[in-house]
Structures are given as structure tokens and as C-alpha cells.
Write a protein that binds this ligand. Sequence first.
Ligand SMILES: [Ca+2]
Ligand SMILES: [Ca+2]
Length: 149
Amino acid sequence: MRIRAALPALAGAVALTGTFLSTPAQAAGGITIHRAYFDSPGSDTGSNASLNGEWVQLKNTSSAAISVNGWILKDIANHRFTFPNVKIGAGKTVIVHTGKGTATSAHRYQNRRAYVWNNTSDTATLTKANGSRVDSCSWTTRDPSSKYC
Ligand SMILES: [Ca+2]
Ligand SMILES: [Ca+2]
């Protein structure tokens, strides 16, 4: 809505080209929360394997690598995971596990000893380092163990 409202004013600006106006930022894609596996398979025993069975998957839907340096993934209770200075490749995914593990380009670990994503209901929110919201995903008991966002 804001972008649409701004267009008439922008269209009058001499510096802008038709090419710019016909290429909205959304068409280029970006980082999205693709899936949340909020209820780890089996009994929630609190073992590291079970903690790592709980995760949130991000996906880069754009055609270029995107840096997520300092970006934050958090739940409603404000448990935060801050990304290091890494990029997510074009079309690639990264799974952020709750437990401990060795990070790779496709897997990151919060290194926690307790679950983060509530089985009953919760919201995963991804923000940039400056706090601006990138995406969020909510679920309730009506969803099965995971949710495609
Ligand atoms: Ca479970
Ligand atoms: Ca939570």
C-alpha cells in the first residue's frame, strides 16, 4: 500500500526510469521463513538430538546470495539467535537447529539446552540487524508437527 501510494509522486521524478518502476523489489525474492519444525519428532526428552529435531528453515528465494550478517531469528518470548557474517546462496536453504552442533552452510545451531519453539503456539520472526522485519511464521495446535510458512 505504501509503495503504491508513493508511485504517482515517484513517476514524476525526472531521474527515475520505466525500468526501475517495472521492477518492484518483491519480484526479486529474498530470505523467507520456509518451514518451522516446532514439535521435535517423538517424545520431547530434551536430548541434544531431540533439540536438534526442532528447527526453523530459511530459504533464499532470490537469484543472488544474500548476507544475513547480524540478522535475528526469535520467538514470541524473545529467545534470539543472531546470525554470524554469512550469506545464504541463491535458492539455498539453511536450517537453524535449537541444540548444539557444528555449523555448516546449510545448518546452524542455537546451542541451547531447552526447546525454543512452543508446540502449542508460537511465532518465529526474522529481522535484519537494524530490527526491520523480514518475515514471520505462526502456528497453533491446529498445525501438525511442522508448518510450511
Ligand atoms: Ca515431540
Ligand atoms: Ca517459545
